[in-house]
Design a protein around this ligand. Structure first.
Ligand SMILES: Cc1cc2nc3c(=O)[nH]c(=O)nc-3n(C[C@H](O)[C@H](O)[C@H](O)COP(=O)(O)OP(=O)(O)OC[C@H]3O[C@@H](n4cnc5c(N)ncnc54)[C@H](O)[C@@H]3O)c2cc1C
Length: 601
């Protein structure tokens, strides 16, 4: 069965109708581009996805990387696929011209990457991590570091990682123990062990540039004593050629439920004399720099969550249109033909839920991606500052909601296929397994919810929170001008009022009661806020669809826009009301989980 990789009509809707990406060409940075160049990059990505990645998607899953104690073996088809991406320039498409980039708007690069992500799973993760690593160094590294490491990463000669996690330090990075000792030549000697490092070793390029968090001797305890270092797998000679090994040893590979195309490594640094590390920026500011990469990675993780949701929805929709099974309850004639399962209301329920989760999540991650561009290229400093405020505030939701609800969408895709969804003849079980990681890495859902409540909501006198509410209120007002949207406009107004009441109650509890108890239901707060955000983005889509229908579009387009309005209805009738039970729990500071004693389990 060959379902399309993604719904191209929907991607066009998101890019050019919902977010008006074409207007970006008025910005100086993008003046060489137009809609045709945007679409050319997207088409190139689609062609590479279809030619190189789609045919090996299943093999990447069933043939995990292996390590024989000497070298890693990956399936041979992966390197040409990754080379094709590098040669097309797509992996560093957003970078400056001077660094071999295309200066493409991130939202367009994200649309191009969507094809590759869906077709190749995490096969593309090598390139994405490399790009994020290079972006961090470009923002915080010295000219020398940029020259030595960023340029070869942009060209695909080298690849990059982020090396934070240790066996004893996962969510709590403040406890990491990897050591850095300053040498006479101002470089450092790094010793320690890291685990779960994605792309930490492989044979896809000449060298691997690890960005390692470590503690300089005598540094303060906790997160204030963490520094960031470039630690390459191989040192490089003065002429740029590959030099000696830098004592970065592969201690082993992890075998995973999904995301198998990307190596997950345990790395040991500097077992003999210490690996040579080059400090990025200043000592003890490492976590601040790493947040540059983590924030970018969090949008990437949310995007992966959304896209895998889209992929499962697309596949199960195609399946449901073609799988005959059973008859409607109203049909009593056993000789009548079977209906395709899409005729069953319960199957349509599961498809609609997937549509609202995945297209809602896609709208959210593209919005976040656009904010990450606006904070640098919006026409005025005020607009840049505003975008920064919104993005900073929304990052935990952009990372988490698509990860959680994209995976729920994948769960429903399996259900739509019945038993056929559980076997690997169809990719929906693979989408689910791949997606399951997204709620775990780059800060688990629990950690993101604590970040939202303890840092992001109170930050700058609640400026990010208030700016977000103001954006939502603007849409509520706009939607109330359309008769068919007034119901939703009123419902969202009510939901925002409940969100505000809940926020006040939780902040008051945090300030006046046992803070551990006050934060006990933080994940429900993130879900509540996430549902309000997604309801908002569905209302925005509803406005676009309503306006388009007023123009009497072509028949195919008419169905597309009716589909958007029906999904809007589903989200407001079935999903949004759940926030009221979550709000009650939060407002009452429910202690069911908090009070449970370890011995009672
Ligand atoms: C496939 C994969 C790829 C990865 N890639 C990378 C990578 O490239 N680089 C890298 O550095 N790391 C990477 N990681 C590591 C990943 O970021 C961590 O696994 C993650 O941050 C969680 O840490 P942990 O596994 O130690 O779990 P723990 O921190 O032990 O958490 C276990 C559970 O306890 C909860 N918990 C922990 N602390 C708290 C708290 N304070 N309050 C409330 N709940 C809490 C968590 O939410 C979670 O549910 C990867 C992991 C995987 C599985």
């Amino acid at each position: 069965m060959s379902a399309p990789i993604l719904n191209e009509r929907d991607m066009t809707f998101m890019l050019y109708e919902l977010f008006d990406s074409e207007a970006l060409i008025e910005r100086e940075r993008y003046q060489d581009h137009d809609r045709q160049t945007f679409n050319a990059v997207i088409d190139t990505a689609k062609a590479i996805a279809e030619k190189h990645f789609l045919p090996i998607r299943q093999k990447l899953d069933t043939h995990q990387p292996t390590f024989d104690g000497q070298k890693i073996t990956l399936i041979p088809e992966l390197k040409p696929a990754i080379d094709a991406v590098n040669e097309s320039g797509i992996s560093s498409a957003t970078a400056d011209y001077e660094l071999d980039g295309m200066q493409l708007p991130p939202i367009i690069a994200s649309a191009a990457g969507a094809y590759l992500t869906i077709a190749g799973g995490v096969g593309l993760g090598y390139n994405m991590l490399t790009n994020a690593n290079a972006n961090l160094l470009q923002a915080h590294g010295s000219d020398e570091l940029i020259d030595q490491w960023v340029k070869p990463m942009r060209s695909g000669r080298f690849m990059g990682t982020m090396a934070m996690t240790e066996p004893g330090s996962g969510s709590g990075l403040g406890d990491l123990t990897t050591k850095a000792i300053k040498a006479e030549d101002d470089s450092y000697r790094i010793t320690g062990n890291k685990i779960f490092i994605s792309g930490g070793d492989h044979n896809l390029c000449e060298n691997i540039v690890h960005l390692v968090l470590a503690r300089v001797q005598g540094a303060p305890k906790g997160v204030k004593g963490i520094s960031l270092f470039v630690v390459p797998k191989f040192l490089i000679n003065d002429d740029g050629s590959i030099g000696e090994s830098n004592e970065v040893a592969l201690a082993g590979l992890f075998h995973k439920m999904g995301g198998r195309a990307q190596t997950s490594t345990a790395l040991s640094f500097g077992e003999k004399n210490g690996s040579i590390g080059y400090l990025v920026g200043e000592e003890n500011c490492g976590l601040k720099y790493m947040f540059h990469m983590m924030n970018e990675a969090r949008i990437m993780v949310g995007t992966s969550g959304a896209l895998l949701g889209v992929a499962g929805f697309q596949y199960s929709l195609d399946y449901a249109k073609n799988r005959p099974q059973g008859r409607l309850p109203s049909c009593k004639d056993p000789l009548s033909p079977m209906v395709n399962i899409i005729e069953h209301a319960d199957v349509r329920r599961m498809l609609l839920a997937q549509k609202t989760y995945s297209e809602g999540a896609l709208a959210l991650v593209l919005y976040g991606t656009q904010l990450s561009d606006d904070e640098k290229t919006a026409p005025t400093p005020e607009a840049q500052q505003h975008a920064h405020l919104l993005l900073d505030f929304l990052t935990p939701i952009i990372k988490t909601w698509p990860s959680e609800f994209g995976t729920k969408a994948n769960d429903l895709a399996i259900q739509v296929l019945g038993g056929h969804g559980y076997i690997n003849e169809h990719p929906v079980e693979l989408f689910y397994r791949d997606n399951r990681l997204n709620a775990l890495h780059e800060g688990t859902t629990g950690i993101q919810s604590l970040d939202l409540l303890t840092r992001k909501v109170p930050m700058n006198k609640m400026a990010g929170y208030l700016a977000t509410i103001a954006e939502i209120n603007t849409t509520i007002e706009q939607a109330s001008a359309y008769a068919n949207l007034q119901e939703y406009s009123a419902k969202l107004h009510e939901a925002v009022a409940k969100l505000q009441q809940t926020t006040d109650a939780v902040l008051t509890a945090m300030a006046t009661k046992n803070i551990d108890l006050a934060l006990a239901n933080s994940v429900k707060y993130l879900e509540l806020f996430g549902h309000v955000i997604i309801a908002w983005l569905w209302l925005k889509q509803g406005i676009v669809a309503t306006k388009a229908l007023e123009k009497q579009p072509h028949q195919d387009d008419e169905s597309f826009y009716h589909g958007k309005l029906q999904a809007l209805k589903y989200f407001y009738h079935i999903e949004l009301p759940q926030i009221y039970s979550w709000a009650t729990l939060l407002i009452n500071n429910d202690s069911s989980s908090f009070d449970m004693k370890t011995d009672w389990f």
